[in-house]
Each structure stands twice: as structure tokens, then as C-alpha cells.
Design a protein around this ligand. Structure first.
Ligand code: ZN
Ligand code: ZN
Ligand code: FE
Length: 335
């Protein structure tokens, strides 16, 4: 079974992909390198010439370009549609271990270029409304493969979280005549107390409205709606910020740290008020303890923040300063 069902209670689509239930969990550590589908020599990669970054189809795609037709329910409330879309994997390096921060700056730039090119390519299909680019890292997040990679989903609808941000930014623009994220960034740069890292093009900060203890957002300083509109210089400076933020998490937890990274991009069709940005959610609330999204968070969408963002900003800054020497070339500075 492969289809998209409508949840009328919260007006959200659910992707039903039966075949994903059988996808493997992490192979045991010793065998992992041998079995890794993203290492050079794996069947999908055997015929490629030397590569730094390569995009592969997801072997267990939640959405596909030619889904089976759906049989509608008799009750119209129980709505469903075809699971038409796409799912890809960006293999970021031939190296089996690592993270964005272990790539050189030039190499990390190629990763961001791959995101940009894939969004551009996937946006051309008439059924694609949104392209979601994200990176899950660590067993705490449920990542089944350790080889550095990101994922891309081409969706036939605008995700609710993006819709909520668009609605908020459009309302803000109507009332104030300005862009919400431009205004937040300007204020935060002046104020300084929540900023972790800044370069010529991007500011990395713990938002005033953080929901996760060590949440970090990366905002382009100049107004830009979409990843596809980033200049070559902005692509490079985004790669720089991504390296620094991921290194900051490693330094904070003093190990290879897990995280979720999501690109929040303008939809690929239409014309909305938006400001491109990247969000990082860190599952730990200190070096040892996980912050779980449980009853109040999952059941009600109410987040409780453990601690004070401004104090966590100081910890993140310290971690950022400690991480910088390990990074080689960097383009900005920790506060
Ligand atoms: Zn590998
Ligand atoms: Zn803006
Ligand atoms: Fe966002």
C-alpha cells in the first residue's frame, strides 16, 4: 500500500508507505562498513567516477513518481490521494564517518549546491508543491545509516509547519510592511545576546522562541525567499555556518552529537511571503539527558523549554569558540 491519507481532525496529510516498515535498522557495527550502501564500491556507486557528493534515489521512498491508483473510501471525510512525489538521498562524502563539520569548506559547499540543484530539478514536476531537505544524525534520532547523508522529499503539498510560517509572515507583512525574519535578525544582531555565530551572509542564533533546549536557527542576513535564490557567495557562507553549527554541537556534547537539521524553504510553486532559513533541533538537554517530545508536546503541541535560552546561548557560544580551531578555514566569528 502506498497512499496519502487526510487527517480531518488536524487537517494534515499522512503518508502511508507499507514497504517502509521492512527497511533495515542499523546493521551491527562490525558489519556496517562492509554493508554500507553509501560507501564507494556499493552496488549503486560502483560505476561512478571519483565523486565528492552524489545523489541517489531513496531505496525505501515514502513517495514515488508513479504510485498505484487509490481506491476511495465510501465516506468522503476519509479522503485519500496517490502518494505521488519523490525521495532522494544526498551522500555527502565517500568517507564512511563524519558530519558536515568534518568536510572541508569547499566540500561542504558542494553539499549545499547539491541541495540547491535537486530542489531546482524536483520543482519542475507539475505534481511537486514542496521540496523538503533535511538531515537526521545519530541513533537517538533513529538514523539507520551512519554514513554522512541528507534526505530530500518532493511533496505534493505544502507541509503544515511551512504553511504556518507563511501565514504568520504574510500577516506580519500586512501589518508592518516588512519581513518578519529580516526584522528578527536585525534585532538579534543589535542585541547580540542570543547569537552563536555570524559571518557576512548568515546569523546563527538560539531563537527567543526556541522549543528545543539547544535549538539553533540560521537566518540569511539579507532578505532571500528561497534556497534557489541564494547567490554563489551565500551558498558558500551557508556551508560555513552549517560546518560551525554542527561542530558546535559536537563540542557541546563532547562527542559525535545527534541532531535534526531542516531547511525551511519557499514552496516550489506560487508566490508567498517567506524568508529562507535553516533550523537545528538538538535532542539533548544536557550532556547526558535527552529531551523527549512526549504527552504535552506530541499530544497537545505545547512545548516546555527546560532552562533559559539566553543562558543556553552562553553555553553554545563557548562550545562554538572551542570548536573553531578544529575547522580549518572559517569565514565568520563566534560571539
Ligand atoms: Zn559508508
Ligand atoms: Zn526577510
Ligand atoms: Fe522555520
Amino acid at each position: 500500500m502506498h497512499e496519502i491519507r487526510w487527517n480531518p481532525l488536524i487537517k494534515q496529510w499522512v503518508i502511508v508507505a507499507a514497504h517502509r516498515a521492512v527497511r533495515p535498522w542499523r546493521p551491527d557495527e562490525k558489519q556496517e562498513r562492509f554493508m554500507c550502501p553509501f560507501c564507494p564500491g556499493a552496488p549503486e556507486l560502483r560505476d561512478l567516477d571519483k565523486w565528492d557528493v552524489v545523489v541517489l534515489p531513496n531505496k525505501y521512498p515514502a513517495l514515488i513518481s508513479n504510485p498505484p491508483p487509490v481506491e476511495l473510501e465510501k465516506m468522503s471525510l476519509l479522503l485519500k490521494r496517490e502518494a505521488r512525489g519523490g525521495a532522494e538521498v544526498v551522500v555527502e562524502t565517500p568517507e564512511h564517518q563524519g558530519d558536515l563539520c568534518t568536510l572541508t569548506l569547499d566540500h561542504a559547499k558542494k553539499v549545499v549546491e547539491a541541495y540547491k540543484n535537486e530542489v531546482e530539478k524536483l520543482s519542475k514536476a507539475e505534481y511537486v508543491e514542496y521540496v523538503a531537505v533535511f538531515r537526521n544524525k545519530g541513533k537517538e534520532i533513529g538514523v539507520s545509516l551512519t554514513h554522512p547523508h541528507s534526505q530530500i522529499y518532493a511533496l505534493p503539498f505544502i507541509p503544515p509547519r511551512i504553511k504556518a510560517e507563511i501565514d504568520a509572515m504574510e500577516e506580519y507583512r500586512r501589518k508592518n510592511g516588512t519581513c518578519m525574519i529580516c526584522d528578527v535578525s536585525r534585532y538579534e544582531i543589535e542585541e547580540g545576546k542570543r547569537i552563536i555565530y555570524i559571518n557576512d551572509e548568515f546569523v546563527s542564533l538560539i531563537p527567543f522562541y526556541a522549543m528545543w533546549p539547544y535549538e539553533i536557527h540560521i537566518y540569511p542576513i539579507k532578505h532571500v525567499r528561497s534556497l534557489r535564490e541564494l547567490s554563489d557567495k551565500q551558498v558558500l557562507y551557508l556551508a560555513d555556518a552549517l560546518r560551525v553549527v554542527t561542530a558546535t554541537y559536537n563540542s557541546l556534547l563532547e562527542r559525535d552529537a545527534p541532531y535534526i537539521m531542516v531547511l525551511h524553504d519557499h514552496p516550489v510553486k506560487g508566490d508567498y511571503e517567506y524568508h529562507f532559513h535553516v533550523e537545528f533541533y538538538q535532542p539533548y538537554r544536557d550532556k547526558e539527558k535527552l529531551k523527549y517530545a512526549a504527552g504535552i508536546e506530541w499530544g497537545y503541541w505545547v512545548f516546555t523549554y527546560d532552562g533559559v535560552p539566553e543562558e543556553r546561548a552562553l553555553e553554545l557560544r563557548k562550545a562554538c569558540r572551542e570548536a573553531l580551531p578544529s575547522l580549518g578555514e572559517v569565514l565568520g566569528r563566534c560571539l
